[in-house]
Write a protein that binds this ligand. Sequence first.
Ligand code: HEM
Length: 144
Amino acid sequence: MKTTLPLFLTIATLLSSVGFAQDHEEKETELYASMERMDDAYKDLRRAMRGASDENKASYLELADVMLKEATDSKKLVPEKVKKLPEAEQEKMLEEYNRQMDGLISAVEAIRNALEKGDYGTANTMLRELRGIKSEGHDTFKED
Ligand code: HEM
């Protein structure tokens, strides 16, 4: 009898942590994680543009490259909202998703070009304009 309680507690703990891992996994999709990495680089780059100088250009290009990589990876993934649609509607929505993601990728490429040229004013304006692309994407494809 003495040994059953610790054993029971161990099993209960194990089972609840498995349950937690599953809940967690459901929310943090691959797309979600990629978006978060893109957002971190986006925020860092916007902050860096406040006192931008050629001295730090390499680090700006690195942040733009992180954004490009995550946008390109995100394009290959499927939003949860689309997965839950009837199959007949999925193809059309995925086409729209690809179209919007291509828009995001081109915009980040243009930002990278401006950074490369040392045109930080233009880069800054274009970074602000990404907000429109982001909200259109989120309005259409993020679950409520
Ligand atoms: C600069 C551009 C973007 C940034 C910084 C960004 C950032 C984020 C962040 C931080 C999340 C996590 C949830 C949250 O905090 O809201 C997220 C989720 C999401 N984003 Fe974006 N996003 C961008 C553009 C887009 C675009 C263009 C699309 C669609 C075409 C999109 C589709 C989604 C979807 C579908 C989710 C939910 C994840 C899922 O369904 O698994 N995002 N995004």
